[in-house]
Design a protein around this ligand. Structure first.
Ligand SMILES: [Zn+2]
Length: 75
């Protein structure tokens, strides 16, 4: 293992489902696989929710309905 393999962590945006009083939000998911493999997959977000990855949406996202916990965890 060399230092050059330690690439910066990449995040993608993932959309959680609205349930109950909680509205759907954009979360951040740490990306370990090529985006082609994770598109549409449900993954554990940084804040511990499950959300569906949308590789069309970059992170940080310009959307307004963003999970505040994920913003803090990726900043
Ligand atoms: Zn989150």
């Amino acid at each position: 293992m060399s230092a050059s393999t330690l690439a910066a962590t990449t995040f993608v945006a993932a959309r959680s489902r609205a349930h109950g009083p909680t509205s759907a939000l954009w979360h951040a998911v740490e990306l370990h696989r090529p985006t082609a493999e994770v598109d549409g997959a449900c993954e554990l977000t940084l804040c511990g929710s499950l959300a569906r990855i949308d590789v069309e949406q970059s992170w940080p996202t310009p959307a307004r309905d963003v999970c505040p916990a994920c913003v803090v965890l990726t900043s």
